[in-house]
Design a protein around this ligand. Sequence first.
Ligand code: GLY
Length: 387
Amino acid sequence: MNLDRKLPEAHFPRKVFEQHLKKVITSIKNSIPTIGDRNPKIGTEDFQWQYCGPSDWVSSFWTGQLWLAYKLTGESTFKNSAQLRKPYFKELLALRNCHDHDLGFQYSLSCVADYKLNLDEDSRKMALDAADSLLTRFRRVGKYFVAWNETHILGLEKTQGKSIIDSLENMALLFWATETTNNPIYREAAIAHADTLAKHIVRDDFSTFHTFDFDPLTQEPVCGRTFQGYADDSCWARGQAWAIHGYAQIFEYTRDQRYLELAKKLAEFAIHHLPENGVPIWDYRLPADEIQYLDSSAGAVTAAGMLMIAQHCTDSEEADYFRQWGFHMLAGLMQHCDLTETPEALGLLSDGASFVKRGMCKNMLPYGDYYYMEALMRASGYTKFFW
Ligand code: GLY
């Protein structure tokens, strides 16, 4: 590959990230009493949280941070607080009409985490139930997982033929389900979906559509669209991030080099569209006369993805390139968005852009926080997560 964007500033000692991770753990610990058994949804102006209802796709990201903190420290405070949320995820399993393509986020970071760390058999069963529910969304003719089921978003007809880039991150639950049951059905569907999206949602220049429509009846490919991005032909930064991290993760499960190569090319597109400070603007093709809101969550997911890519590059120059860009993005977040020195803040990062066209920007976001922690751990040398 021709990897050609020079870093504005080179080389970050690992120690910087290790020390920062300690501050993150302290901040999480300090927030536990206030958050209680609620699940953060989006930050308020005064750095408090609004909390989720029973089926929100973001419901597991605080739980994921608690499990990571437990993995790092072994302290029961984190474990107890994470396990306190089990009834929530049990209730969600029964709400079948609320299930969508994001079940992987919801159950990898809660029940799979509990099983991997504590061998909790009940959590394993819950995660498998979620994987079975996710599998029902696979369209066998079109070979993709259908996005959403809330017809108020797009209308029944369009929702039924829609695939979405975010779903790539959710495939990990299916790969895990095959690993734990030896039943190949989950993995086969995940691979078919990854290949369909590689063909249709990824453009020739390795930018991405947010969603891709198939004809709901014939399942023939129709066209790429956006929901949260600036325009159908723009490139929503968090969508690109889901694809970078998602394909790197799919490589980890399959060891198929095609997915790693794709993740690298998607990452290279992002690298060429990053501002000097390394924190993405919310859409990589945002016109210059629009307000240039940052999306720290896209930065955190992308940084974690780049560090995962670097871990698997066999060429040392290529590995160094992605590692240093991952470090640069992480350093950008630490410098411009970090809240660990803001005592009243219940979250870790400012300037997340949840949905700019609906006025949801400049917020703390629980997923930005989760991936910030994951990226700091990857920068400190950790390679095993709950995906
Ligand atoms: N999965 C929805 C989002 O990234 O906002």
